[in-house]
Design a protein. Structure first.
Length: 323
């Protein structure tokens, strides 16, 4: 039995969490990159809390404490409950277990993931979907547990990371983390997905570096692309994913957040970024189509299915339990 936490719960450090694991929801996701979504969908598990504080966080209901509520949405789960959630995702067709924003909960997640399935033949591949604001020694705890890393590389400009993520050390920390992930995965260029129930027959990349383009801050994107080209491009199993879905969080929904960049990525900005991909010789990866209005995609974790139904099949929710 899970217990949804109430306003009186104690919260810990900057992530808003304690050493216990709190989850917001678990669902079959179809909006990830093709090898992640596969045929059956990705088994996404959204962890409550976050060690960054992006001003434009679309998941702000679960990633941070609200001034008036003192905490993010979520329910505490035990190892046994976590395993039940993983198995429920598998039964609904998930091709992998996709841990979303668990950087602040690595010790407990590493422990729970080790026992989530009964054995190697039963297990799904585990994906680590994070901001890359992680130390190498933290990532070491995931060695032998994670089958693929999906780190963000949000910016290499510490002025921007201070302004938008309240983390001036983000650029150096994220670069070091991604290089660590490459090192951890170097003997595993492409993971087999033979164990996946739907059996796509394709390969799961070892590392997908994701970058969200911010409107009006293209020089930041250019620096990220250059760094990727110098350090990651051409390595087998390592790919880039460019995302253009940036949407300001509506003021009414997130009045407690300082404003992020206004507007969305323009057509000219999109074309400029594509030109840089050619200029830097980046060929392996994924590029989202322009998204003129993604406000409808903003999740609402008050709902049993926080995401649009075409993108997500809910399996478990912090307040509703199994669905
Ligand atoms: S890292 Fe992700 S979950 Fe955390 S605040 Fe930033 S956008 Fe939100």
């Amino acid at each position: 039995m899970v217990s949804a936490r109430g306003p009186a719960d104690d919260v810990g450090g900057i992530c808003g969490e304690t050493a216990a694991l709190h989850l917001a929801c678990a669902s079959i996701h179809r909006g990830e990159e093709p090898p992640i979504t596969g045929i059956g969908g990705s088994g996404a598990i959204f962890v409550s809390g976050c060690n960054l504080g992006c001003v434009f966080c679309q998941n702000h209901q679960i990633s941070r404490r609200f001034p008036d509520r003192r905490m993010a949405y979520g329910a505490g789960v035990t190892a046994r409950e976590f395993a039940r959630i993983c198995r429920a995702l598998k039964e609904r067709g998930a091709e992998n277990i996709n841990i979303v924003t668990g950087s602040h909960a690595v010790p407990v997640l590493a422990e729970y993931l080790k026992t989530a399935f009964t054995g190697p033949g039963d297990a799904l591949p585990v994906l680590w979907n994070s901001s890359a604001y992680e130390l190498p020694q933290t990532l070491e705890l995931l060695s032998g547990i994670v089958d693929a890393f999906l780190p963000d590389l949000k910016t290499l400009d510490s002025g921007l990371s201070s302004r938008f993520f309240r983390a001036p050390d983000y650029p150096q920390t994220a670069k070091t983390a991604i290089l660590k992930m490459l090192d951890m995965m170097k003997n595993r260029a492409t993971a087999s997905v033979a164990a996946s129930p739907a059996g796509t027959g394709g390969g799961l990349p070892a590392v997908i570096v994701r970058h969200l383009v911010l409107p009006g801050f293209l020089e930041s994107t250019r620096n990220v692309l250059y760094w990727f080209a110098e350090n990651c491009a051409g390595i087998r199993g390592v790919e880039l994913s460019l995302m253009f879905q940036y949407t300001p969080v509506p003021a009414g929904a997130a009045a407690h957040l300082p404003p992020g960049p206004p507007g969305t990525v323009s057509g000219d900005e999109y074309d400029t970024v594509l030109g840089w991909l050619s200029e830097y010789g980046i060929e392996d990866g994924y590029c989202q189509e322009p998204v003129p209005d993604s406000a409808g995609w903003l999740p609402d974790f008050e709902k049993a299915n926080p995401f649009p139904s075409e993108l997500s099949l809910p399996v478990w929710h912090w307040r509703e339990g199994f669905l």
